[in-house]
Design a protein around this ligand. Structure first.
Ligand code: 6R9
Length: 656
């Protein structure tokens, strides 16, 4: 970490806003003043301006029972109506909502009128299947228009969606369906990935297998299946239903009912510091307010003329807030792309930008670093001149990648917004505002208007400019998580106990304030890794490793990686009997594959080192810091608190 800080301290390039851009920018500097003078009044204004309320709210924030916030609680609205019908009613039904681009090259433009129609039909189908207010629906889908329609149809009837990333395994899906007690699963036969059909339905079948006792098979009544991949699938009579057999036939008449602002909208599972993923709960009015506000102001959205593209999968929070809810609430036209950036060849994303004349592009540093490796001639062979704003999310963006992004993709002129936020925060919290902020490569910079952020030491004292510490959020915000599904104690413990006396939300990120007070993020300070912008927990991967019959003990660390930011590196002690009968190398490969099966390919360790011992303190705690030194090829740090100080030299020798 210290070498990273030194490096960032050297970064002093500055990019002032272009006056022509600023003149036409959505965000105005007065936003900061207004929010500073009256934070709650500011959010109330934004909410009234950006959303249609069926019952106007009179109360803005109820913080009488912290940390359980209520925003706009006496107001009511329908989230899907705000994302769909009202745009049609305003005469924009013919505007394209989604330019869908399938990986094999099929494409289809879906207008607001068409998407509204589809969602109404699907809402009727869901109601017929017995889904009502508060019921949970799990979604396990590729990046296709039906995925967007499914989220909105669930929201429209006051039910709660839980989207599970299509790259997660059957076991991960099973535990998420089970935790949420889902009544319905919406999936597809398969989706396209890297030129092949990647099956999804078989994982749902496996997740719903009866393994005795209670399980998801006890709550799930139906599985609604979209035909996408055309792959052969098994069929469970009376449980499984083809989407195309019921949705086109259903009535397109559906009046959206208004629900109170605090109606649960979705649950999204994310990795924490323990093995069990947390079901982060978001509600309706506050979430949609901040998603719409940030999407409009941070991305300088002009809905009549922009073509926006966020590359995130809907299985992550970025896909929820900046593919579905923010853009659609704002009536944006956007690209929805199904596949990977490399298929059929590197440059596919640039082809998509050229084809649809994308103006606003939002992606992750890991993708940018991957493109840097391929070389600038690939993007330079395409016409990217439509781009006028670039965004970054998911992890700190290193200044080199930032500069490359601006020079090569942004023709040296587009503003870049580096947006910091989390599944828990629901929407962007820290970012430059284009046309206002003078940007600094590598710094996410400033809290948005209406957001109160600080950097403090372990006692909660402000560190002041020029110093590093822990990032905290000091005041409640509209799109804040409302809890962890089914586990209020864990919610309080995880986020609010660290700075209990101050009432601060602890984000789990290290950050530094520069001399101007701008924020530089330094990565997680807990046992959460960030691999290609995806959060993974060391504990979760360790528990998968020890679940393998050959493993005696395992420790996992996130080691820095040129492309993925961090990479999963595992140190494993094998059972003697297995070592005797198998080669260490073969077992290491088996374990990599095993983790991929247990959790999903993103969790597969880059390296598995078979070792004889792990470094432990006298109280038996594994010292991951030392293992990280080994994994990153550094000299091993202070070992004096180890129970056996010789162990690190043994491990270092075994790894080499
Ligand atoms: C939106 C999202 C959240 C964690 C967060 C932090 C890291 C995200 C970042 C960033 C530095 C940025 N993170 N954006 N770090 N600069 N612009 O990614 O949500 O998947 O929940 O991850 O990602 O460490 O705590 P999520």
């Amino acid at each position: 970490m210290s070498s990273q800080i030194d490096h960032l301290l050297d970064e002093n390039r500055r990019f002032a806003p272009d006056p022509a851009f600023a003149a036409n920018a959505v965000a105005k500097p007065e936003l900061y003043e207004r929010a500073k003078a009256d934070r709650e009044g500011f959010w109330a204004d934004q909410s009234r301006e950006l959303l249609d309320w069926s019952t106007p709210f009179t109360e803005v924030l109820d913080w009488s029972n912290p940390p359980f916030a209520k925003w706009f609680a006496d107001g009511s609205l329908n989230v899907a109506y705000n994302c769909l019908d009202r745009h049609v009613e305003a005469g924009n039904g013919d505007r394209v909502a989604l330019y869908f681009e399938g990986e094999p090259g099929d494409s289809r433009a879906v207008t607001y009128a068409e998407l509204t129609d589809e969602v109404k039909r699907l809402a009727n189908v869901l109601t017929d299947l017995g889904i009502g207010e508060g019921d949970r629906v799990a979604l396990y889908l590729p990046m296709i228009p039906e995925a967007v329609a499914s989220m909105l149809a669930v929201a429209r009837i006051g039910a709660v969606h839980s989207v599970v990333f299509g790259g997660f395994s059957a076991d991960s899906l099973r535990s998420r369906i089970d935790d949420a007690g889902a009544k319905l699963v919406i999936t597809a036969d398969g989706g396209y990935r890297k030129g092949n059909v990647s099956p999804l339905k078989p994982a749902v079948d496996q997740a719903l297998e009866d393994r005795g006792g209670l399980g998801p098979q006890a709550t799930v009544e139906h599985v609604l299946v979209v035909k996408r991949g055309g792959n052969d699938i098994d069929w469970v009579e009376d449980r499984d239903i083809w989407y195309h057999d019921v949705v086109p036939q259903a009535s397109a008449e559906h009046t959206a009912q208004a629900f109170p602002a605090e109606t649960p909208l979705f649950i999204l599972y994310t990795s924490g510091t323990t093995g069990k993923p947390k079901g982060i709960l978001h509600t309706s009015g506050g979430y949609l307010t901040q998603a719409a506000f940030t999407h409009r102001n941070v991305f300088d959205l002009h809905p009549e003329s922009d073509v926006y593209w966020c590359t995130a999968d809907i299985g992550w929070i970025t896909g929820h807030s900046y593919v579905v809810y923010g853009p659609l609430a704002n009536g944006a036209t956007q690209v929805l792309y199904e596949g990977t950036p490399e298929f059929p060849a590197p440059g596919r994303w640039w082809d998509v930008i050229e084809k649809y004349k994308v103006t606003i592009f939002y992606t992750a540093p890991t993708a940018i670093r991957g493109f840097m490796k391929q070389g600038r001639q690939i993007p330079q062979a395409r016409d990217l001149s439509s781009l006028r704003l670039l965004g970054s999310v998911g992890e700190p963006i290193n200044p080199e990648a930032w500069i490359w992004y601006r020079e090569v993709i942004g023709a040296g002129k587009t503003p870049i917004v580096d947006t910091w936020w989390q599944t828990e925060t629901g929407a962007i919290m820290v970012s430059a505002l284009p046309g206002i902020t003078e940007t600094k490569p590598g710094s996410a910079q400033v809290a948005l208007p209406g957001i109160s952020i600080d950097v403090v030491d372990e006692k909660g004292e402000q560190v002041g400019n020029g110093n590093g510490g822990l990032l905290v959020i000091t005041e409640p915000w509209p799109s804040m998580l409302r809890g962890i599904w089914g586990d209020p104690d864990r919610f309080v413990e995880t986020y609010w106990s660290m700075f209990q006396d101050n009432g601060y939300y602890f984000a789990g990120d290290g950050a530094r304030l520069d001399e101007d007070g701008d924020i530089w993020f330094l990565g997680r300070v807990d046992d959460v890794m960030n691999v290609s912008g995806h959060r993974l927990s060391t504990a979760e991967i360790e528990s998968a490793l020890v679940a393998h019959e050959a493993t005696a003990e395992a420790a996992v660390v996130g080691a820095s990686d040129e492309t993925t930011g961090q990479a999963v590196v595992a140190f494993v002690i094998l059972k003697e009997s297995f070592l005797r009968e198998n080669s260490a190398e073969g077992l290491a490969n088996d374990l990599r594959a095993w983790v991929g099966q247990q959790i999903g390919p993103i969790a597969r360790p880059r390296d598995v080192y078979i070792v004889g011992e792990l470094p432990k303190t006298r109280s038996g705690k594994i010292m991951r810091r030392l293992l990280r030194d080994v994994a990153e090829g550094r000299e091993v740090g202070d070992t004096t608190t180890l129970a056996d100080t010789a162990v690190m030299s043994v491990i270092s020798a075994q790894v080499r």
